[in-house]
Design a protein around this ligand. Structure first.
Ligand SMILES: Nc1ncnc2c1ncn2[C@@H]1O[C@H](COP(=O)(O)OP(=O)(O)OP(=O)(O)O)[C@@H](O)[C@H]1O
Ligand SMILES: [Mg+2]
Length: 356
């Protein structure tokens, strides 16, 4: 009897701990807009408390729609969602108290100074007086806007506005932060600065971050867990390294000089030639050519070029790279998340080596 009750208590405790560790649970979420657009088609995922979670996908994938639903701005069509332990339908007010949101469009009021923008945010969360002032000053310091705090936000650069937006989302000390493409449109330096702040917030302050991005490098660098979304469906989930390991090989991207038809069905011919080269693994067609996966791809390049030359298959470029999240995306969707700029030589073919 004693043993049985001990097991029961332990099981109940573990169940409780599991449900406590998930700060977001999404089960079979569907979102259909009033014009009939099926933006989200039955997605399910969980985010653990303290996680830096990335929602990675191209334009129109459904990232903002998902964020709008989870942050109570948009009513879901169907599915079950909890955020910060509360049911989305039953307790939206409680959820709003615990989350911070930086939406995709900057919502800075240009007529107010940076500091006034933040004070206003605090007021919306019933914060007032000295403690609000202190919190605002602390955050302006974090995002390095203290020097321009008294300047009208209309005169801020794009990167400064994004930083002000981020700081505004943090005024009421949310435990969960939603960031919808916080670095899109920023120059590389501003993006790197933003990454530093986000890393600090997650690591030092323990804030759970739900970040959407179109940048694979960003998800790879910042996030410990990612879900990749395309056309309203999650196509892969895991840690960036798990997902890349799944590819298990280097990638050789081949682009053909002419389109497939004018090249006499180049892809089919290429597949045949590649299959005869020892060590060639998976071959996936892409828009302008194909990607070949192989364990030791560099040793294979010469064989490929020779075989193609001998069969009058004209390549415009070859690119050798280590697996990236883009390869994960390609493997699951058959297309790339972003059109890649391959080196286009004036004539013939050039070979570029590097990381995408
Ligand atoms: N209010 C709306 N009414 C109808 N369709 C919409 C609406 N908002 C978005 N959509 C459509 O829903 C789909 C998902 O859009 P969403 O904005 O969620 O994509 P996204 O992943 O955030 O893209 P982006 O990276 O461009 O911001 C798209 O097909 C989009 O055109
Ligand atoms: Mg969006």
């Amino acid at each position: 009897m004693y043993i049985v009750s001990d097991i029961l208590i332990r099981t109940a405790f573990e169940g409780l701990r599991d449900s406590m560790s998930e700060i977001i649970t999404v089960k079979d979420l569907v979102e259909v807009y009033s014009d009939g657009t099926k933006a989200i088609q039955r997605i399910s995922f969980d985010v653990d408390e303290g996680q830096f979670f990335g929602f990675l996908g191209p334009n129109g994938a459904g990232k903002s729609t998902t964020i709008k639903v989870l942050t109570t701005l948009l009513r879901k069509t169907s599915g079950a969602v909890t955020v910060a332990g509360y049911d989305l339908d039953k307790d939206p007010k409680e959820i709003r108290k615990l989350i911070g949101v930086q939406s995709q469009e900057t919502v800075v009021d240009g007529d107010l100074t940076g500091k006034e923008n933040m004070i206003l945010q605090g007021n919306l969360h019933q914060m007032r007086g000295r403690s609000l002032e202190e919190r605002v000053d602390e955050l302006l310091k974090l995002v390095e806007l203290s020097d321009v705090a008294k300047k009208r936000a209309a005169f801020y650069s794009g990167g400064m506005k994004k930083r002000l937006d981020l700081a505004s989302a943090l005024v009421h000390r949310p435990k969960l932060l939603f960031l919808d493409e916080p670095t899109t449109g920023l120059d590389p330096q501003s993006r790197a600065t933003m990454w530093t702040y986000l890393g600090k917030l997650n690591k030092d302050e323990g804030i759970t971050i739900f970040l959407t991005t179109q940048y694979m490098e960003e998800a790879d660098k910042l996030c410990r867990q990612v879900s990749i979304i395309d056309r309203g469906q999650i196509v892969a989930s895991g840690s960036p390294s798990e997902l890349k390991q799944e590819i298990g090989a280097d990638a050789i991207t081949l682009s053909f000089a002419e389109d497939d038809e004018r090249n006499g069905g180049a892809k089919a011919k290429a597949r045949e030639l590649l299959a005869a080269i020892p060590g060639v693994g998976n071959i996936v067609d892409s828009d302008s050519g194909m990607t070949v996966y192989a364990k030791d791809a560099s040793s294979m390049i010469v064989d490929i070029v020779r075989a193609f030359d001998a069969n009058q298959l004209h390549l415009s470029s070859i690119n050798l790279s280590r697996p990236s999240l883009d390869d994960v995306f390609l493997k699951h969707t058959g297309h790339r998340i972003r059109t890649e700029e391959l080196v286009k030589p004036p004539s013939g073919m050039r070979f570029r080596r590097g990381r995408r």
